[in-house]
Write a protein that binds this ligand. Structure first.
Ligand SMILES: C[S@@+](CC[C@H](N)C(=O)[O-])C[C@H]1O[C@@H](n2cnc3c(N)ncnc32)[C@H](O)[C@@H]1O
Length: 201
């Protein structure tokens, strides 16, 4: 049995604050740079990054409450101090919760590509969100997308290439990073290709 209060200390509820955007230096008690992960799933990637990088603050967004809880248990067991999680659609919340030029890196690992045309607006990197990122990312800040879906990697590349605020790097096929996410391990086992795309503001 976990100490529930200990576990839930990572859960940040924006509705408990009066002023937006939030004052992140007060929340973390320091002015370290901020990395954001959208759709962290069970949180293994964010927990490992936060543990290995105590000089960076991490903010994760998830729509699934079960995923939020699993991630918090990982943070608690690893005695992580530099992470918070928020429930909801990151594309809307990031707009409200972060001031201009405040995020150093945004990470999205293996998101659902929403292949059907009628679900297109559910994809993460739609035009309105790219405009939000052009504002909230610091100059020189990066976005990093890992996906197993070739057309989706290409679509996101094109979207950022079309934006005057970003430099789009070439897509890296079958990349290797020191930490693998749950979905990445699954797709590796199935022998799927995977793609890494990075854009710089
Ligand atoms: C396919 S899973 C990948 C999980 C994990 N990143 C991995 O690689 O194992 C995508 C996750 O993104 C979350 N998600 C999808 N859209 C989101 C959004 N707009 N804001 C926050 N989370 C989102 C889903 O709840 C789901 O847990």
């Amino acid at each position: 049995m976990h100490d529930k209060i200990g576990v839930l200390k990572y859960f940040l509820k924006p509705q408990h604050y009066d002023i937006y955007p939030l004052k992140w230096s007060e929340i973390f008690g320091n002015k370290k740079k901020i990395y954001v992960e959208i759709g962290f799933g069970s949180g293994e990637y964010m927990a490992a990054l936060a543990k290995n990088n105590p000089d960076i603050n991490f903010v994760g967004f998830e729509t699934s409450l079960t995923a939020l809880y699993k991630a918090q248990v990982k943070f608690y067991k690893n005695n992580i101090k530099n992470a918070r999680v928020i429930q909801g659609d990151a594309r809307l919340l990031i707009r409200e919760l972060f001031p201009s030029n405040s995020i150093s890196k945004l990470i999205v690992n293996f998101p659902c590509p929403w292949p059907k045309q009628r679900h297109k607006e559910r994809r993460i990197f739609i035009e309105s969100f790219i405009n939000t990122l052009a504002d909230v990312l610091k100059k020189g800040g990066t976005i990093e997308l890992a996906t197993d879906v070739d057309w989706y990697a290409q679509e996101v590349y094109n979207n950022f290439k079309d934006s005057k605020f970003f430099e789009a790097e070439e897509i890296i096929e079958n990349f290797e990073r020191p930490i693998k996410t749950k979905y990445e391990l699954k797709w590796d086992k199935e022998g799927r290709n995977k793609y890494l795309f990075i854009a710089k503001k």
